[in-house]
Design a protein around this ligand. Structure first.
Ligand code: NAG
Ligand code: NAG
Ligand code: NAG
Ligand code: NAG
Ligand code: NAG
Length: 423
C-alpha cells in the first residue's frame, strides 16, 4: 500500500506540472520564478478526489465484491467515456466499485456459479444517453441476460461479437439510431427469446432463419428493411410479431397459418405487401390483433377470417380489396375495430352495417353506393375496369372452423399441397 500511495503522489506532482501552464496564464503564475516553487504554493494534495483520473490503478484500489465485477468495471468505464450526452445525469451514478448500484445496472448470481455475483442485466430504457456505438460494451459483459436500451440515442452497427453473450435472452435496442445490416449474430444466440430492434435504421434483408428461432417476441418494425416476405414467415413461434413500416414486398405467405397455436399480435402495416389474402390467415385462432393496413393487397376478404375467434382489431384499410365484406367476419364476438376504409368494397350486408353504426366497422372511401363518404363513381369504375383475380377463388368462401367434424378429415387432406381444390 505504501508504495501505491507513493505512486499516486508522484503522479499528482506530475499532474501539477502538466496543468501548471493553465494556471499561469490566469491567476497564480505572474510572479513565479521556477516551477519548483509551485508545489509549495498549492494546497496540500488531496489523495482521494483525484483518483478517478487514474483509470489503470483503480481496480487495485477499489474493493469489488466479485472478480467478475472487477472485470467489467473497465468496460463500463470505457463506455461511460464515449457517452456524448446524458441529460438526465445517469452516468454520475456510475462511480466506484459498487457496480450493482449504478443506475441501470443490476447484478445477480450467474447461472454457471451460484456463489459468484455478476452483472446480469442492464436497463437503460428512456435514459436519453447518446453514444456513437455500443460495440465493445455489451459484447464484453459475458454474464448479461438482459439488455434494454429503449429510447436512447445510441448509434453504430451491432457487432457480431454479441453472439458471445450466451445468457442473453432479452435484447431491446429499440428507438435508437442503429444502422447497418440486421444483427445476424442473434441467430446463434440460443437463449434469446425477446428481440426488439424497432425504430432504428437497419437496412437490407432479414435472414429467414430468424422466423425459425424460438423467439417469443420479434419486433423489427420501423426500420429500412427491403425484401420479399419470407415464405417461412409462419414458422415463427413468436407470439408478437411486428414487421410494420418497412419495405416488405410479396404476398402474405400461406405459411402464416402455421403460426396458429402461437401468434397473438401481428403488425404488417405500411409495407409494400401485394397479392390476395391467403385463407390460411383464418387459422390464427389465438390472434387478437392483425394489421395489414396500407399495403397493396387485393382480392376479396376471405371468409376464413370469420374463424379468428379472438380477434379484436383487424385492419386492412388502405389496400385494393374489393367484393363483399363477409358477414361472418362482422359476427366475430370480440371484434372492436374492423378497419376497411380506403379499399374498393362494393357490398356490405346487414350484420356489418350494424357495426358501421356502432363505430366498429370503418368502410369510408370504398365503393358502396348507399354509404356516406365513398369514392367517386369514376374512381370505382376505373378500378373495376381492370381485370383482377386471385388464385383458387373457391378458397375465399371456405371456413376451416365451420366444417362439421365428420367432413373435417376430408378437408384436412384438401390442405395437402397435392390437392388443389381449396388452395
Ligand atoms: C473489502 O471489503 C471487504 C468486505 O466488505 C472487507 O472485509 C475488506 O477489508 C475490504 N478491503 C479493503 C482493501 O478495503
Ligand atoms: C464461483 O465464484 C466464487 C466467487 O467469485 C469463486 O470464489 C469460485 O472460485 C467460483 N467457482 C468456480 C468453480 O469457478
Ligand atoms: C444523437 O446523437 C447524434 C450523434 O450520434 C447527435 O448528432 C444528436 O444531436 C443526438 N441527438 C440527441 C437528441 O441527443
Ligand atoms: C443458455 O443459458 C443457460 C443457463 O441459463 C446456459 O447453461 C446455456 O449454456 C445457454 N445456452 C447457450 C446456447 O449458450
Ligand atoms: C381502428 O383501427 C384503425 C387502424 O389501426 C385506427 O386508425 C383507428 O383509430 C381505430 N379506431 C378506433 C375507434 O380505435
Amino acid at each position: 500500500m505504501g508504495s501505491f500511495f507513493l505512486l499516486i503522489n508522484r503522479f499528482l506532482h506530475a499532474l501539477l506540472i502538466i496543468i501548471l501552464p493553465c494556471f499561469c496564464t490566469s491567476v497564480i503564475c505572474t510572479n513565479f520564478e521556477s516551477p519548483a516553487q509551485l508545489s509549495s504554493l498549492l494546497p496540500p494534495l488531496p489523495p482521494l478526489p483525484l483518483i478517478p483520473a487514474l483509470p489503470p490503478i483503480i481496480p487495485e484500489l477499489l474493493n469489488f465484491t466479485d472478480q467478475r465485477l472487477a472485470l467489467v468495471y473497465p468496460i463500463i468505464n470505457a463506455f461511460k467515456n464515449t457517452i456524448t450526452s446524458d441529460p438526465l445525469g445517469i452516468t454520475q451514478t456510475w462511480v466506484g466499485s459498487d457496480i450493482c448500484t449504478y443506475k441501470g445496472f443490476y447484478c445477480d448470481r450467474p447461472p454457471d456459479n451460484q456463489s459468484a455475483f455478476a452483472l446480469a442485466s442492464i436497463d437503460f430504457n428512456g435514459f436519453q444517453l447518446s453514444a456513437p456505438s455500443i460495440d465493445g460494451f455489451i459484447d464484453q459483459l459475458p454474464d448479461l441476460a438482459l439488455f434494454h436500451a429503449n429510447s436512447n440515442n445510441f448509434s453504430g452497427i451491432i457487432s457480431p461479437k454479441i453472439a458471445n453473450l450466451k445468457y442473453l435472452y432479452e435484447l431491446d435496442i429499440s428507438n435508437n439510431n442503429f444502422f447497418g445490416p440486421f444483427p445476424t449474430a442473434v441467430l446463434t444466440m440460443n437463449n434469446l427469446s425477446f428481440l426488439d430492434i424497432r425504430f432504428n435504421s437497419f437496412t437490407g434483408s432479414v435472414p429467414p432463419q430468424i422466423f425459425k428461432k424460438t423467439l417469443d417476441v420479434l419486433f423489427i418494425n420501423n426500420n429500412k428493411f427491403i425484401q420479399k416476405l419470407p415464405d417461412n414467415l409462419g414458422a415463427t413461434p413468436a407470439r408478437y410479431l411486428t414487421l410494420a413500416n418497412n419495405k416488405f414486398t410479396g404476398p402474405i405467405p400461406k405459411s402464416i397459418g402455421s403460426a396458429s397455436s402461437t401468434l397473438i399480435e401481428a403488425l404488417l402495416m405500411n409495407n409494400l405487401i401485394t397479392g390476395c389474402i391467403p385463407y390460411e390467415l383464418g387459422f390464427l385462432k389465438d390472434a387478437t390483433l392483425f394489421d395489414a393496413g396500407n399495403n397493396q393487397l387485393t382480392g376479396p376478404l376471405p371468409c376464413s377470417l370469420g374463424c379468428l375467434e379472438k380477434i379484436e382489431q383487424l385492419n386492412f384499410a388502405g389496400n385494393f380489396l374489393y367484393g363483399k365484406v363477409p358477414e361472418v367476419v362482422c359476427e366475430l364476438g370480440n371484434l372492436a375495430n374492423l378497419s376497411l376504409s380506403n379499399n374498393y368494397f362494393t357490398m356490405v350486408g346487414p350484420i356489418c352495417r350494424k357495426l358501421i353504426k356502432s363505430g366498429v366497422l370503418d368502410l369510408r372511401k370504398n365503393c358502396i353506393r348507399d354509404l356516406a363518404d365513398q369514392r367517386s363513381v369514376e374512381e370505382c369504375a376505373s378500378f373495376s375496369s381492370h381485370p383482377r383475380s386471385c388464385l383458387h377463388p373457391e378458397s375465399f368462401s371456405f371456413m376451416p372452423c365451420k366444417v362439421p367434424p365428420k367432413a373435417k378429415e376430408h378437408l384436412d387432406s384438401y390442405a395437402a399441397p397435392s390437392r388443389h381444390r381449396l388452395m
